[in-house]
Write a protein that binds this ligand. Structure first.
Ligand code: IPM
Ligand code: MN
Length: 362
């Protein structure tokens, strides 16, 4: 089969890790007889430097026309001035919104081989295997007004937290459907003791739950969820949260797996279904890691696992996706470690060594 993939690597370690993801994708192509037509473009800080904007209209068109988008990371100290008119992050936020990628799927699974690499006690990590669904196109990230203005008493900054019933319902539905296919347990995160949007969220969740009598629905306050994620992570299976809560909770959840460098994500405009073809965007959940950029030591596993999710949810290639995931596990089994997960960072492998080893395992 033939597929068009838009590759937007971005800044910092983005290009380094995406190069390994592409290596793995090419190998999948040769082994299974598929052709992946890759088109590359700038996004984020590099696009600001070269074109004056974090995302050009032609880049947006390219993303829209592709079967899937493979995305690296954007941002960095160079573009961090709070007074700047444009920011690298606007690039990714614009694509998510324009393609209506409201469902961000972030699987969090502890690799048995890496239990010792986590800062948490091994006993706590046993059996951790969950999926966090983060609402991705609403809430504080997008709602208006959103501005800074000068008042007689100094500056005021405004962000707006607004959610419509429809926005809440469609992302919760993704949660219920996924829960139904997994353990039948859904945890809905909110701050209903304080926030109006959360009270609506809880009400919509409860009402939607009537359509899913086979799914056990639990409501949890976000602060309590943050605590339990560390204290008793294995109790969670499918978690669904609004945009900002989901952003924060998934960085926290990454700690369970030893490194941010391991977690992939899929962003879709519909309920993810294995083997079907639905346009989506795939990106590691980590950022640009400016402190290690350009040194060839970043962990490419999150990017490679993002490729696996792309094969599964956007290209309909279920078997190929599983083969990539097995190759990652095999490389870890074999003892390959980038510095972020290595017991002895001196003898750690490089980004390319890890990518090549995984590709050669396919
Ligand atoms: C993420 C990132 C982004 C977000 C940033 C880069 C805009 O932190 O994908 O989790 O906040 O959504
Ligand atoms: Mn984040």
């Amino acid at each position: 089969m033939e597929f068009d993939i838009a590759v937007l690597s971005g800044d910092g370690i983005g290009p380094e890790v995406i190069a390994e993801g592409v290596k793995v994708l090419e190998k999948v192509g040769s082994r299974f007889g598929h052709r992946f037509h890759l088109t590359y473009d700038d996004v984020g800080g590099i696009a600001i430097d070269k074109h004056g904007v974090p995302l050009r209209p032609e880049t947006m068109e390219m993303a829209r026309d592709a079967d899937a988008v493979l995305f690296g990371a954007v941002g960095g100290p160079k573009w961090d001035d709070p007074k700047a008119g444009v920011r690298p992050e606007d690039g990714i936020l614009e694509i998510r919104k324009a393609l209506s990628l409201f469902a961000n799927i972030r699987p969090v699974k502890v690799f048995p081989d890496l239990v010792e690499s986590s800062v948490l006690k091994p006993g706590v990590l046993h059996g951790v295997d969950m999926v966090v669904i983060r609402e991705l196109t609403g809430g504080l990230y997008y709602a208006l007004p959103k501005n800074r203005r000068r008042t007689r008493r100094g500056w005021t900054g405004v962000d707006t937290l607004r959610y419509s019933q429809a926005e809440i319902e469609r992302v919760l539905r993704v949660g219920f459907e996924l829960a139904r296919r997994r353990s039948g347990k859904l945890t809905s995160v909110d701050k209903a003791n304080v926030l109006e949007t959360s009270r609506l969220w809880r009400q919509v969740a409860t009402e939607l739950g009537e359509e899913y009598p086979d799914v056990e629905l639990e409501h949890i306050l976000v602060d309590n969820c943050a605590m339990q994620l560390i204290q008793r992570p294995s109790r969670f299976d499918v978690i669904v949260a609004e945009n900002t809560f989901g952003d924060i909770l998934t960085d926290e959840a990454a700690v369970l797996t030893a490194s941010m460098g391991l977690l992939p994500s899929a962003s879709l405009a519909e309920i993810p279904t294995e083997g079907r073809r639905a346009r989506g965007l795939y990106e590691p959940i980590h950022g640009t890691a400016p402190d290690i950029a350009g040194r060839g030591i970043a962990n490419p596993i999150a990017a490679i696992l993002s490729v696996a999710l792309m094969l599964r949810y956007s290209l309909g290639l279920t078997e190929e996706a599983a083969v990539v995931e097995q190759a990652v596990e095999a490389a870890l089994d074999e003892g390959l470690r980038t510095p972020d997960i290595a017991a002895q960072p001196e003898s750690a492998t490089t980004t390319t060594q890890m990518g090549e080893r995984i590709a050669s395992r396919l």
